[in-house]
Design a protein around this ligand. Structure first.
Ligand SMILES: Nc1nc2c(ncn2[C@@H]2O[C@H](COP(=O)(O)OP(=O)(O)OP(=O)(O)O)[C@@H](O)[C@H]2O)c(=O)[nH]1
Ligand SMILES: [Mg+2]
Length: 298
């Protein structure tokens, strides 16, 4: 299965929910007002959110006359989701709320980079959860990636400091750093994360990406998570996990509309190959229902 097929399969729950209605209305010459109503309903059900939905439909209104509503919305979505990704940083710190998929993403990304022949080093700075180091070590064993995991209870910033000053970090193309899950409303834990990122930045100036990991299934709450994390650290990228198991795949659009933080990777399952770099085209094609013959003029 190629990446587009994978993403398309992952988002099928979102898409299939209304595909039949869509085919009837868009393929059957319904009135323009009904099309608009349906498109709005579709975007809201996919969890694009009311603000982004209103903006997309307003922006699509102009083009709609010439190309039809569906292609106009498609263009607007592509515009929203296309980011200028600045150069890739060597050190990638994964942060996020508990259970969003940080450790799994580190494992999958290590696999992804290893397949490209890159040297990867992993730092396990989740010293909070008892079995965190074992989970990470198991992932690294599968991908043959060296890992330095901090002792349970130790200061995560010190773990990152030690890890980044090791020879393995120096010679690696990429260093992936797993951190403990934390609630965005817990001030102490957010301070701890800010310190960890500061320490990493001192060890490797200008080489730090902070990737905020979000569970696509949490819907609009993901917006609050980005908001709160951004008050403590500056996320340079978002990772949207569990897109395979949700009918709320449209959250990527809401995120893109609200924050100018690029979505970098999406998680589409629990296996090592189930992580793909975010592609706006693949995402939009997988999100929107495919309707044939939508070339009518209004
Ligand atoms: N279906 C699916 N499951 C995922 C995906 N990413 C992670 N998971 C699962 O989600 C669960 C939590 O993943 P973890 O990687 O442990 O999450 P975490 O953010 O490290 O969790 P904490 O360290 O406890 O905060 C595991 O069962 C993973 O297999 C994904 O893209 N799709
Ligand atoms: Mg974890």
């Amino acid at each position: 299965m190629n990446l587009i097929e994978k993403l398309s399969k992952g988002l099928s729950k979102t898409r299939e929910r209304m595909a039949a209605t869509f085919a009837t209305v868009f393929g059957g010459g319904a009135e323009a007002a009904r099309e608009l109503e349906l498109m709005e309903e579709y975007l809201l059900l996919a969890d694009v959110g009311p603000v982004a939905t209103a903006k997309i439909l307003a922006a699509a209104a102009e083009n709609r006359r010439t190309v039809g509503l569906l292609p106009a919305v498609r263009n607007e979505l592509l515009r929203l989701l296309s980011f200028n990704v600045r150069d890739d940083k060597k050190v990638k710190i994964f942060a996020g709320v508990n259970g969003t998929g940080k450790t799994t993403t580190v494992g999958k990304l290590a696999h992804f980079f290893r397949q490209q022949g890159k040297n990867v080093f992993v730092i396990g700075a989740d010293t909070f959860r008892a079995a965190a180091d074992q989970q990470l070590e198991e992932w690294c064993r599968r991908t043959n990636t060296p890992v330095f995991a901090g002792k349970p209870g130790s200061d995560p910033a010190s773990v990152v400091f030690d890890g980044l000053h090791s020879n393995l970090a120096r010679t690696a193309d990429y260093v992936l750093c797993d951190t403990a899950g934390r609630l965005h409303v817990n001030k102490n834990l957010m301070q701890e994360l800010a310190k960890l990122v500061r320490v990493a930045g001192k060890a490797c100036p200008d080489q730090i990406d902070v990737f905020l990991t979000l569970d696509a299934g949490t819907g609009q709450n993901a917006l609050a998570q980005v908001d709160m994390f951004s008050q403590w650290v500056q996320p340079t990228g978002l990772v949207l996990t569990k897109l395979d198991g949700t009918a709320k795949g449209g959250i990527a659009v809401a995120l893109a509309q609200k924050f100018s933080i690029p979505i970098r990777y999406v998680g589409l399952g629990e296996g090592p190959d189930d992580l793909v770099p975010f592609s706006p085209e693949a995402y939009v094609d997988a999100l929107l229902p495919q309707v044939k013959n939508d070339n009518r003029r209004h």
